[in-house]
Design a protein around this ligand. Sequence first.
Ligand SMILES: [Zn+2]
Length: 152
Amino acid sequence: MPDYQLLTELLGLPQVRVTHYELLGRDRIRLAVESTVEAAVCPDCQLVSFALHETSKAQLIRDLPIWQRRCWLPYAPRRFKCATCQDTCVERVLWREPDWDYSIRYEQAIYQRTRREPISQIAESEQLSEDIVQGIFERGAKKHSTPAATRS
Ligand SMILES: [Zn+2]
């Protein structure tokens, strides 16, 4: 099995390991990542579970560009099973919010751009729809308007 430690280091995301890469055309790359999270906290009884239950289907998470290639991370979230209540729960990772198709750092980079560039220009250069860029702007604006987030 090839060792993707170098790509893992260059990617620089916490709690992931690169397991595969694929170049798509001249301007896209996919880096398949695997979570290194070893446990999940059961939302019902708050106990930590180390028992891996299953790995879900891979999702494509957009991340910051690498070597001027637009970058996606195929990532399959894992489920853990709580030993106490037998419920399963999805792992929480530091780099992506649940059910969101973008890494947190990608979202932050796009949000920063929305503060100085027109939405349409960002959408075009990132090949996103204007609705998505608008959505990222609104989410970011909401977060940055909370009192706790105003001090940086
Ligand atoms: Zn539980």
